[in-house]
Every structure is written in C-alpha cells, then in structure tokens.
Write a protein that binds this ligand. Sequence first.
Ligand code: FMN
Length: 320
Amino acid sequence: MPASVNQSTRLIYLAPLQGFTDFIYRKAYNEIFEGIDAFFIPYISVKNEGVLKKYEKEILPENNQQTRVIPQVLANNAIELLFLSKFLANKGYKEINLNLGCPYPMVTNRAMGAGLLPHPDKLHQILSSFFENSNLSLSVKLRAGLISPFEIEKIIPILNQFPLSEVIFHPRIARQLYEGEIIDSAFEFAKTNIKHRLVYNGDIFSPANFNERSQKFGGTNCWMLGRGVLMNPFLPAEIKGKNFSKDEKLLKLETFHKRVFELYTEKMDNDGNVLNKMKQFWIYFSYNFEKQAKSFKLIKKTNSLAQYQSAIKIVFWANF
Ligand SMILES: Cc1cc2nc3c(=O)[nH]c(=O)nc-3n(C[C@H](O)[C@H](O)[C@H](O)COP(=O)(O)O)c2cc1C
C-alpha cells in the first residue's frame, strides 16, 4: 500500500443500484453489517413536471436514517436539476449526486446520464445554473464517455470550474454497460487532472481486487462498491481489515435475509410482490453460497412464499 494511503481514513461508499440497493436493502444492511461510510440512493428523475410516486419511499427521511445518505438525480437540463434539488432540499438533504453514467439508450438518447458526456457545453450550463441557484452540495458520478473514453478529457476541465464535493468515476464507456475491461488509462487521466476528491468505482469483488486497484491507483482513498457488496456484504469490513468466522458469517447472512424479508413483507401490498423482490435480491445474494447456481435456481422456481421459505431452509442448510 502506498505510504500516502491511510487505512483508517479509507472511505467506502455503497453504489446506487436501481432495483437492488433500495431503502429496505440499505436499512437492513446498515443494521447488520459495517464498513459503509455513505449510502447512495438510486436515481430519481422528473416526469410530467413532478417526481414519480414510486420514488417517494426511497427518499423519505425516515427511511434514510444512516449517517450519510446521498440521493442521486438524473436530469438533462438546468431546470430539471434545480427542480429535483429543491425537492430534495425540502426533504432535508444537504448533498445530492448527479448521474452522468447511466449507459442505457432510453436514458442516453435523451442526453441524460452518460448521454451528457459528449456535450461539455451543456454540462457547463447545467452546473453554472445549479451553483448560481442552489446551496446544496453536489457531486457527480460519471463514466469515461458515451462512445469514446477520451470524452472525459473535455469533461474534466468543466468539472474543475465548479465547487463539486467529489467526483465518482467508473472508468468504462457506456457501450460496455457493466462488463469488459476497466479503462485504467482513463482513471489515471482523471487522477492527474481532476482537482476534486476522486472516488474510484468498478469491479471490486474481493479484498484482493481492492488491493490490486489500490496499489495501481496509489493516493486514492475513497472507493465506491456496488455488485461486490451485493455478492458479499462483508466486503467493506474485510477491506477495512476485519475477519469473520464461517459461523459469524452464517449468522449475519441469516439475520440479514430475515430482516430484508420482514421489511419487504411489511412494506409491500401483496405476497407476489414480496416474492418477486426476494427473487431479485437472490440474484446477487446467492453468491454468498458455495452452491450459487443451484441455490439461485431453487429459489427462482418457487411460486409462493411457502415454497420460498422451504427453499431458503434448504439453501442455508446445504451450503453451511
Ligand atoms: C442493476 C444495476 C443498477 C444500477 N443503477 C444505478 C443507478 O441508479 N445510478 C448509478 O449511478 N449507477 C447505477 N448502476 C451502476 C453502479 O452504481 C456501479 O457504477 C456499477 O455497478 C459498477 O460498480 P461495481 O462494479 O462495484 O458494481 C447500476 C448498476 C447495476 C448493475
């Protein structure tokens, strides 16, 4: 580890993952696991001049009692960004994050998410208007580009003109979605040229991955983890130097699963929705188990909560 990187001041953020890191996941996670310094709420956006009802529970302050929670917004112009920032300021938030990384054509074709990256002038106008009219702290989460990883070279000088709280960087282009090579040279470029605090994000699935990245990008001390946490919720604590026995892990995984199930049952209006949410949860949670594929398959084919509960018993029993 480079001398400049201090393990005790290392910060780890939970990435926003639409459909996965919802308020129930974040709440249960925070009750049972440790090591996350900030939780990001998956993006909200403007529709028909308002905020969709489905986002309300996500941002209600009582559903977000962790120490640092940052809502993320998706906007393609200054008016939308200001509208969302006022909406969030009214809920008591002091800090928001602008999504400049969403790779899906439905979003990028409307010049939102990574779709803003080929338009530095437009981004400049959005950020100018934000900082003239809002007192909130703003960070951005971005990729290297929509089509080319060199787009970042024209975006960074824009970001440097504004008092952003931090810049979270996932060094891929939109076309890659979440697969394929991480573009190390793009992160290196950002590290040299961005004057804000730079947060690395992408493909950290184990402490070994983390050590490799941290050696490569010496000096970076702030990390955002997404799928790696969903697949191994102990990862942030492990990166911070903690070890867990097999028994401890089993107990925490069981407690976590029980809590997530309980909260979905409490908040959802019917069993079918609870079952769907739990199946979705297991897409990544199944990676905590040696027999991942078999475990997931067993859960996926359940058709009722009674069947689901029987499958869970088998999965926990067969894997530990
Ligand atoms: C299913 C899914 C949903 C995502 N939703 C969001 C989102 O709402 N906002 C965002 O900025 N990134 C979103 N991302 C990207 C993640 O935040 C993160 O940048 C990406 O997964 C890479 O980090 P990882 O390799 O640690 O998972 C999503 C990714 C996935 C796979």
